[in-house]
Design a protein around this ligand. Structure first.
Ligand SMILES: NC(=O)c1ccc[n+]([C@@H]2O[C@H](COP(=O)([O-])OP(=O)(O)OC[C@H]3O[C@@H](n4cnc5c(N)ncnc54)[C@H](OP(=O)(O)O)[C@@H]3O)[C@@H](O)[C@H]2O)c1
Length: 273
């Protein structure tokens, strides 16, 4: 099965390809052209970026070079934390459109739940009404942030993107998203490369003749999460979609649940903005 063909429906009626390419830390010196072009050539149609990554312009260039049609692509960006005040958020949205050289963005997220998050949401809702953005969502939001936003929002968030992988399964947060009709998106699915050092993942990789990254991706995919693995290396970009031909059993899932908890990025509870 080609995992790139699977799309998930949002609560606003739009669809997102379940597998995309991440772009954090990709720039001209770190393989951005090679990575994005290899991804688009291999059939990826979903690109995850952010203002913070500083690579919108290179992504725009790679999209053009690939000749993939706009309507076949799904592009996500995120508004960075110092642009969440209303006026700044309005400008940030226009800047994202300009830098990516697109007439609309498929999905824009609030990158982290800063104190100005509701002002930013208002700007995003207006951008949907103006046709600049198709869908809007959140990133690194915890249960309390979600409850607050659900009360405030005219347009409900379609997705929450947060650190989520076999060493950080976030069961309560996942259930809270699902209860509110919010699709779950995993960042750091490969535990940022550390999956190769985890015994349970190495063992399962041997069992299925895969590598630990593919086990992590299969785990998240089977649970219905959107995944956006990142690699600066074209061969790995291709390897990272090769997990459609096997299925983890319940026993495998239970074994994965024995992995010692590890958070690799900032904790949204403690994040200093
Ligand atoms: N919303 C947020 O706050 C947030 C935070 C972090 C990330 N993200 C998004 O999520 C995406 C994914 O997260 P991430 O980039 O932090 O981590 P990740 O995808 O879990 O892991 C990326 C790391 O794994 C390595 N890697 C990738 N494929 C591999 C393979 N097949 N074999 C061996 N190593 C491999 C990469 O190295 P090489 O490049 O050397 O291959 C890189 O060091 C990001 O790129 C970004 O788009 C969002």
């Amino acid at each position: 099965m080609n995992v790139l063909e699977k799309r998930i429906k949002f609560n606003d009626g739009n669809f997102i390809p379940q597998v995309g390419i991440g772009t954090y830390k990709l720039d001209s010196e770190n393989g951005i052209d090679e990575s994005i072009l290899a991804a688009l050539k291999a059939g990826y149609r979903h690109i995850d970026t952010a203002q913070y990554y500083g690579n919108h312009k290179q992504i725009a260039k790679a999209i053009k070079e690939s000749k993939v049609k706009r309507e076949d692509l799904f592009v996500t960006s995120k508004i960075w934390n110092n642009d969440h005040a209303y006026e700044k958020a309005v400008k940030a949205i226009d800047r994202i459109l300009e830098e990516l050289e697109l007439d609309y963005i498929d999905l824009i997220l609030i990158h982290w739940p800063t104190p100005e998050r509701l002002e930013c949401w208002k700007a995003l809702e207006e951008a949907v009404e103006a046709g600049k953005v198709k869908s809007i969502g959140i990133s690194n939001f915890l249960e309390g942030h979600i409850d607050e936003l659900m009360k405030f929002a005219k347009i409900k968030p379609v997705i929450n993107q947060f650190e989520l992988h076999p060493a950080l399964p976030c069961n309560r947060l996942v259930n809270h998203c699902l209860k509110n009709g919010i699709i779950v998106e995993s960042w750091g699915t490969l535990i940022r490369g550390k999956c190769f050092e985890i015994e349970q993942l190495v063992e399962l990789a041997k069992k299925y003749n895969k590598n630990p990254a593919q086990i992590c991706l299969r785990w998240a995919y089977q649970l219905g999460y959107v995944v956006i693995p990142k690699s600066s290396k074209p061969q790995r970009v291709i390897d990272n979609i090769n997990f459609g031909d096997f299925e983890l059993t319940q026993e495998d899932m239970d074994y994965i649940a024995t992995i010692k908890e590890h958070r690799d990025g900032p904790d949204p509870n403690k994040f200093e903005i």
